[in-house]
Design a protein around this ligand. Structure first.
Ligand SMILES: [Zn+2]
Length: 320
């Protein structure tokens, strides 16, 4: 269904500027690229982590910048289905030195991260793309970027850019107590799985124009496969789980993608809802797994997924 261009052209270009961690007791320097995890299987799925609002004193080896990036990487791989596939990922961080620690409208930081009029974060995307290019080469595709703000007062978000069939994605994650949850929701859920939110924010029916747009994006590119606009169990996008006795928690639950009605999700809880569930539900796991396989250049089959997923069944029924 999804035709992906596997253009990981940057790896070779980047090879000359990679540094190894902790070879000396000094500090990292602005622009330096550090490889935190190297893929040993598949094409290598690129993750690039950048920090905003980190000043010179945060850049020591073992300091706040590298510590935060490591924490985010550990969070990214902390649960299934990414936990079992760490060897498919290249994880980089590029050192970005800001002049200020405070991320806000009137404070010049490296990416000028701040809150837009709609309450969502805005930042200098061109500068972000140039920084990511230092790690994976210019013209990159299929890359997940984590921009980590040294601040926690505004709302995390994820946006896609570039061609829809080989898009890059940038998640804004903020340094906070809840950063593990934010990284999983934004960068694994929206980023790798291209999942929709499963929570309700507006007490109203989803507009038809949005349904048309989401249907188009699902049919063309596989976006937001964890939601549907039909409650018919025989045709819903996760119908293959409905009569499987291994998945009694899978059903058809109204409310998702911020709307109360006219849209359905597959389970009561997931990390894509705003509850406390620290797991991806079955349909979300399937979509993330499928995307990892596609990006890695490997074949996907539902049978193989179901075999892999047996180990996840017990741990994802905390709410049942
Ligand atoms: Zn979300």
């Amino acid at each position: 269904m999804i035709k992906l261009k596997s253009l990981f052209v940057g790896l070779i270009l980047a090879a000359g500027i990679l540094s190894c961690e902790n070879l000396d007791d000094g500090s990292y320097v602005d622009g330096e690229t550090i490889l935190l995890n190297k893929a040993t299987k598949g094409n290598g799925i690129n993750i690039v982590m950048l920090g905003d609002g980190y000043i010179w004193s945060d850049l020591e080896t073992g300091g706040l910048y590298i510590g935060t990036m490591r924490k985010c990487m550990d969070a990214f791989f902390s649960i299934e289905p990414v936990k079992s596939f760490k060897e498919y990922f290249n994880v980089y961080t590029v050192i970005c030195e800001s002049r200020n620690t405070f991320v806000s409208e009137n404070s010049a930081t490296y990416f000028n991260l701040t809150v837009g009029q709609d309450g969502l974060p805005v930042f200098d995307l061109d500068k972000c793309i140039r920084s990511v290019g230092k790690a994976v080469g210019d013209g990159f595709t299929d890359t997940v970027i984590l921009l980590i703000g040294n601040e926690e007062y505004f709302r995390p978000a994820t946006s896609y850019f570039g061609d829809r069939d080989s898009n890059a994605v940038c998640s804004i994650c903020l340094q906070s107590e809840a950063i593990a949850r934010v990284v999983l929701h934004e960068s694994v859920g929206h980023g790798i799985g291209r999942l929709a939110d499963e929570y309700v924010e507006f007490d109203e029916e989803i507009p038809q124009s949005l349904i048309d747009y989401y249907n188009h994006e699902y049919e063309q590119f596989g976006f937001r496969g964890n939601i549907d606009f039909s409650s018919d169990p025989s045709t819903v996008r996760w119908a293959h789980f409905m009569d499987n006795p291994d998945y009694p928690e899978v059903g058809i639950f109204e409310g998702a993608a911020r709307y109360r009605s006219g849209i359905w999700r597959s389970e009561q809880h997931s990390i894509m809802t705003d509850g406390d569930a620290m797991y991806f539900n079955a349909r979300c796991r399937e979509l993330i797994y499928k995307r990892i396989k596609e990006l890695a250049g490997e074949e996907y089959s539902i049978e193989e997924f179901l075999r892999y997923d047996k180990k996840n069944l017990a741990g994802t029924r905390l709410w049942n």
